[in-house]
Design a protein around this ligand. Structure first.
Ligand SMILES: Cc1cc2nc3c(=O)[nH]c(=O)nc-3n(C[C@H](O)[C@H](O)[C@H](O)COP(=O)(O)O)c2cc1C
Length: 194
């Protein structure tokens, strides 16, 4: 049986990013749930800030097409967002805005077709007490609404994320680990079914 492919994305790429630590800890749980995992680094896409004049002049950047390809090949997605002033980060919103502008190309789908009806698990992380909860709600609206992703009802906002991992990157708190493992299992099961 072929394992479902799950694409993992973090909404920050800075060195030591808490969202990357959570993404990597979540990856182990997704692997354990019986999926093949891939990581997509949004910074490596090297996307300029979306600009309609730039698009008219130069078309869509190669990075936007790489994001489309990564999503098209995935059976499901796990995304970890940080929170900036109550919002998801510009890194993640800008990448998906560019994605929405990518047209179909041969047998490769348009950006919006690559996300439609694709299972999505959402996590957030923050050193604060709410764990990025506000950004989670907005990501649910953005990716479930405009991008027609099938967002799992279960989600996790990891509060005090700077204290949540040991030196090896494992969860210190069994409750967080179990919550992520449960989300991972649900995501993989839905991705396998669809
Ligand atoms: C511009 C900016 C705005 C922020 N706003 C919030 C916020 O609204 N809520 C929150 O919990 N943390 C906020 N923070 C703190 C971030 O959660 C913290 O810097 C976190 O480590 C960023 O995610 P990362 O570690 O994945 O890069 C903000 C940080 C920045 C730089």
């Amino acid at each position: 049986m072929t394992l479902p492919r799950i694409l993992l994305i973090a909404g920050s790429a800075r060195e030591g990013a808490l969202s990357v630590r959570l993404r990597d800890a979540a990856r182990l749980e997704v692997d354990a749930a019986g999926a093949h995992t891939d990581v997509l680094d949004l910074r490596a896409l090297d996307l300029p800030l979306y600009d309609g004049d730039l698009e008219a002049r130069e078309g869509r950047p190669a990075g936007a097409q790489r994001l489309r390809d990564g999503l098209a090949e995935a059976d499901g997605v796990l995304l970890v967002t940080p929170e900036y002033n109550g919002f998801p980060t510009p890194l993640v919103i800008n990448a998906f805005d560019w994605l929405s502008r990518v047209p179909a190309d041969g047998d490769r789908p348009a950006g919006l077709a690559a996300t439609a009806n694709k299972p999505l698990a959402l996590l957030s992380s923050s050193p604060g007490a709410w764990g990025g909860q506000r950004a989670l709600g907005l990501m649910r609206q953005y990716l479930g609404g405009a991008f027609h992703m099938l967002v799992l009802p279960q989600q996790l906002a990891l509060a005090k994320a700077h204290e949540s991992f040991d030196d090896a990157g494992a969860f210190k708190d069994a409750r967080s680990k179990h919550a992520v493992a449960d989300i991972a299992k649900r995501l993989v099961a839905l991705a396998a079914r669809l």
